[in-house]
Each structure stands twice: as C-alpha cells, then as structure tokens.
Design a protein around this ligand. Structure first.
Ligand SMILES: Cc1cc2nc3c(=O)[nH]c(=O)nc-3n(C[C@H](O)[C@H](O)[C@H](O)COP(=O)(O)O)c2cc1C
Length: 211
C-alpha cells in the first residue's frame, strides 16, 4: 500500500533515532546492490545516513541520487547482503526488496563530508553524511523499523540478573559490556530504551561500580 501522506512514524521511526535497514541502490549500468545501513529519522519525511567511503552504496547514491530503504527483520537478508550481494531475483523492478515489510524511496538532497571524532573505527573525512527526502512510502504489512536499543536493554538486564552470581574477571566483563551497551543505546535507542538503561546504570552505581 502506498501511503499518501508520507510519515515515517507509521513504520515506528522516531525523530533523532537510528534504525537498521537494508539500503538498495543501482549503479549507472543497472546493477542492483543491497547493504545493511543505519538510517536516522530526522523528520516525518527526512532521513540522514552516514556512509563510509569505499562502499557500493555510497558510490551509487552519489551518482544516481536515488535509493530505497527497506524495512525487514530477516536475519538472512541482513547477513547475505553484508557478506556478499543479494541475488538479482531478490529485487523488484523499482529497486525494493521482494522480502520486506515496508520500504521507502529517497532522493539525496545534500552530501557533507564528516565523521564524529568519537567514532570508534574511523577518522575524520572518511564518511559522508547524506540528507535525503522520502518521496514514497510503501507499507506491505504492519511493521516497525528495527532499532538496536531494545536488544541491548534485554542483554543488559540478563547480565544484570547474573551480576551478583559472578566474581572477578567475569564481573569486569559484564561492566565493560554494559558500558558499550549504554554508549550504543544513548546513540540509537528510543526514549524508553535510554530510560531503562539509566535505571540499570543507577543500580550498578549503587553497587559501587564506576560506569
Ligand atoms: C546492521 C548494520 C548497519 C550498518 N550501518 C552502516 C552505516 O550506517 N554506514 C556504513 O557506512 N556502513 C554500515 N554498515 C556496514 C556496511 O553494510 C558494509 O560496509 C557493507 O559491506 C557495504 O556494502 P556495499 O559495498 O555493498 O555498499 C552496517 C552494517 C550492518 C550489519
């Protein structure tokens, strides 16, 4: 179903939060490409992506200006599109994936050379932030875009429930995992995820741990 009034909240996307999606693109010769990419919702019909240089996705968006963001919860699609490329028969003619719950078409509006200095793996100037406008939203079935936050909350709670049962190195290991989970949730999670992580942090601090 094509949605007449484009509104990303219809697929669970909250302004300022990041969702994990599959971006599909095409090069000038009609070769289709799929890759997992984080997409930040910056308004009801606007998104931001930060894509590292050297990827097919970035090259194709720079040359074609148009791309598709696919919403799927399929581990198979995320894995196959990261480890290689999806077979041609996985794509529809309009570039969307056949096996997705929803998708939206985007038009790139601006390209800014940037990367946060705090990025754990890359240095300044190695990524491009692309601001894009959503030109069509297509919802095939009721769905919500995947956000990494909730998984981290559950993981942190599981670890917390084991925390008093372990000692020494394993305790330190759980603390390190919590710090990383907290960093990611603050960056990408929903308000509820962040609230939950702050509660866990408070409990860990009350136990005397420096988080
Ligand atoms: C869940 C997930 C999210 C990702 N998000 C991004 C991202 O936001 N930006 C980026 O440059 N790479 C991201 N990657 C890594 C790219 O998918 C990876 O570099 C891929 O090989 C690019 O493929 P391509 O050359 O076909 O475009 C992500 C990977 C995963 C698994």
């Amino acid at each position: 179903m094509i949605v007449m009034q484009i509104d990303l909240s219809l697929i669970g996307m909250e302004k300022g939060r990041q969702y994990e999606t599959i971006i599909t693109t095409e090069n000038g010769e009609g070769v289709k490409n799929a890759a997992p990419m984080g997409v930040i919702c910056s308004g009801s019909d606007m998104i931001l992506t930060r894509i590292f240089k050297g990827s097919h996705t970035l090259d194709n968006i720079i040359t074609q200006k148009e791309f598709v963001v696919n919403i799927t919860h399929s581990p198979e699609i995320f894995t196959s599109s990261l480890l290689g490329n999806l077979d041609d028969e996985c794509f529809n003619d309009d570039l969307s994936l056949k096996d997705c719950n929803a998708y939206f078409k985007c038009e790139a509006i601006s390209f800014t050379e940037a990367v946060k200095q705090s990025d754990p793996i890359k240095k300044k100037g190695e990524a491009i932030i692309i601001k894009s406008k959503v030109t069509e939203l297509n919802i095939k079935k009721d769905t919500a875009a995947f956000n990494r936050g909730f998984g981290y909350v559950i993981e942190s709670l599981t670890n917390f429930s084991r925390f008093d049962l372990v000692e020494g190195d394993l305790k330190d290991f759980y603390i390190k995992r919590f710090r990383e989970a907290y960093r990611v949730v603050k960056k990408v999670g929903t308000k509820q995820d962040i609230k939950a992580m702050n509660k866990i942090k408070k409990e860990l601090k009350a136990k005397g741990h420096d988080i």
